[in-house]
Design a protein around this ligand. Structure first.
Ligand code: ADP
Length: 599
């Protein structure tokens, strides 16, 4: 599939053409890369790379619209034919766009409505879409949203502690640079030769805009930008974190209006506000020549990033890799050093020579930690256009699941025991008594019960499910977690590293063991059913349960294909209660969340 990608900013247009191979691996390669910027007096600067051919200079395009209109001729000049879709970067997708979407009239109206949340970005993105729809009326125009990746952030991360009425009006954290953070995390996992789903990664994107993202086991847990791209790090012209009390103070002391304060926080702050220049190269140059304002700006910039890395390591309960990207992250060895030098305490050490010698050609992702550093440190170029092309292709290629009814089973709280736990709780040589078989072949409920004890309360008579497993796993609902008084993460079964401890009490003794989770909802699938529905193991889907007014759609539902599985969706008691689901209900897979796993 051949895809044209546009990334339109307020004053520049980057674009690329990508070929996505069909079949295994889905390798995506860039065949053209171009940009138009510095529009002035009816002309602009342009650069173009096609294979080994490069060109650049001034060209007569008055604005971004004119530049886009000239792209068909430009492609024809380089004999590039057969574009099948146009992909667009859209900065703010709000709470609704969790995946790429076709930019038809209703979708564009939604994006337009989000403009107040990204006033610098969304209008430029939308203008590019409108022009592209005119120029290529017969091609699908697909939006990939900077915010989508972060919609997996839990409520504790995306909620501001403000009055209910404000939250009802839509005030919440979103996070941006999602396409970049996702690409960088996948690239880092590839470079480390480990599955992304097993890693805790902190992605540090330092360009004109800048943000840090904690990616826990493949999902964005938190990022430093918030409702708008203003929160978080010090940026080229944006302040990053500022006490919101500043608004009242500046209004009273300087008589500034809200609009004036916002404008200054977005356009005259950050490096520019501190030094007069928004460009880190200038700032580093001036600092080296002794300019105290530039020196302070560099220290402040690095301190803020380091603070976020420490916070996100704590938020994830550890970190395996820190990855630098963006113009500053990729090109400034001294900034990388300044940020990392304070992090020895958490086992992160940068190697002097490796950090100096970073070369990033051909998607390289060199590691720059010193020998023995527990945390890996990588540098890689971000490739937002490439990632957009991948996501557009995966979206257009997604198998349309055929609706087949799936029985829904409600799992009460239960425990899977490992051999050593059984021994400690019930005594040496003890064997569980099978009470009744479960629908998943080979699984059964035992006669025996255990008690869960937490710092706030205890839950008695908790079911034990057999057979024994390698690791003890305790599955409770979120409501149970508050009854116990423990913060319990939502995890897929078996993903137990870093999970909290709970005390289990049996007739023979008690143990304190980790393995306490709220199980992610999932669908067990027989391979034949998966094939019939066009689904694969590991994909996430949306499942609709119920009809009419009572219909409820569960997103982020994991498909688990296992030989001999009895096809059945598992939800917990909280989910069942929320939806008023009773026995013998059925669900229907209605969509594939292509952005999550298919790319
Ligand atoms: P954008 O976010 O607009 O894509 P970039 O990712 O290109 O921007 O980052 C631009 C920033 O990177 C600028 O502050 C620029 O000064 C900085 N930068 C680029 N090269 C270097 C370098 N060699 N040393 C320090 N900073 C650099």
């Amino acid at each position: 599939m051949r895809i044209l990608v546009f990334n339109a900013g307020s004053s520049s247009l980057k674009f690329g053409v990508f070929d996505r191979a069909r079949g295994a691996g889905h390798e995506t390669t860039q065949i053209l890369k171009g940009s138009f910027e510095r529009f002035r007096d009816g002309a602009c600067a342009y650069s173009l790379e096609v294979g080994s051919h490069t060109e650049g200079g001034q060209i007569d395009h008055a604005d971004i619209a004119a530049a886009i209109e000239a792209v068909p001729q430009l492609l024809a000049d380089h004999d590039i034919k057969g574009i099948e879709a146009v992909g667009h970067r859209i900065a703010h997708g709000g709470p609704d766009f969790a995946a790429p979407a076709t930019l038809d009239g209703p979708a564009l109206a939604k994006v337009e409505a989000l403009t107040p949340l990204a006033p610098l970005h969304n209008p430029a993105n939308l203008q590019a879409v409108r022009v592209a729809r005119r120029v290529w009326p017969d091609l699908p125009q697909v939006g990939v949203f900077d915010t989508s990746f972060h919609l997996s952030n839990p409520p504790r991360v995306h909620t501001y502690a403000v009055p209910q009425a404000w939250r009802d009006a839509g005030l919440r954290r979103f996070g941006f640079h999602g396409t970049s953070h996702k690409y960088v995390a996948e690239r880092a996992a590839e470079a480390l030769g480990r599955p992304l789903a097993e890693l805790k990664i902190i992605s540090v994107h330092l360009g004109n805009g800048a943000s840090v993202c904690a990616i826990s086991l493949g999902k964005s847990l938190e990022s430093s930008m918030g409702l708008t791209p203003l929160e978080g790090l010090v940026m080229g012209t944006r302040s990053g974190d500022v006490d919101p009390g500043a608004f009242g103070y500046l209004n009273r002391q300087l008589g500034l209006s809200i609009a004036e304060i916002e404008e200054a926080l977005n356009k005259d702050s950050g490096l520019k506000g501190l030094t007069g220049s928004a460009d880190m190269r200038d700032v580093e140059e001036r600092a080296a020549q002794g300019d105290p304002a530039a020196q302070m700006a560099i220290n402040l910039y690095a301190h803020r990033v380091r603070k976020y890395i420490g916070a996100y390591a704590a938020g994830m309960g550890g970190v395996d890799a820190v990855v630098f990207t963006g113009g500053i992250g990729e090109n400034s060895p001294s900034m990388r050093r300044r940020i990392c030098d304070g992090l020895d305490f958490m086992g992160l050490h940068v190697d002097f020579d490796r950090n100096q010698q970073v070369r990033l050609k051909d998607r390289a992702a060199p590691q720059i930690q010193s020998y023995g550093s527990r945390v890996a440190v990588l540098v890689t170029e971000t490739a937002e256009q490439l990632q957009i092309a991948r996501e557009v292709a995966a979206y257009l290629d997604r198998p349309m699941a055929r609706a087949v009814p799936i029985p829904v089973a409600v799992s009460g709280r239960h425990v899977h025991l490992a051999e050593d736990s059984l021994k400690a709780l019930f005594g040496p040589g003890y064997e569980l008594t099978v009470k009744k078989p479960l629908r998943q072949p080979g699984n059964w409920a035992a006669e025996e019960r255990v008690t869960l004890v937490g710092p706030k309360g205890q839950i008695e008579h908790v079911a034990i499910l057999g057979p024994l497993r390698k690791r003890t796993q305790i599955e409770v609902s979120r409501t149970d977690s508050f009854a116990l008084g423990i913060d319990v993460p939502v995890r897929d079964s078996g993903q137990l590293d870093g999970t909290p401890k709970i005390r289990l009490v049996g007739p023979h003794g008690q143990i304190d063991t980790d393995g306490l989770i709220v199980a992610s909802r999932h669908v067990h699938m027989h391979p034949d059913d998966a094939a019939a529905m066009g689904l694969e193991d590991g994909q996430n889907v949306a499942v609709r349960i119920g009809q009419g007014d009572r219909a409820l759609t569960f997103g982020h539902t994991l498909i688990r294909v296992q030989p001999n599985a009895f096809t059945e969706m598992h939800i917990d008691t909280d989910e069942a209660n929320a939806a008023g689901i009773g026995p013998d209900w059925e669900g229907e897979v209605i969509d594939l969340e292509a952005h999550l796993d298919a790319v």
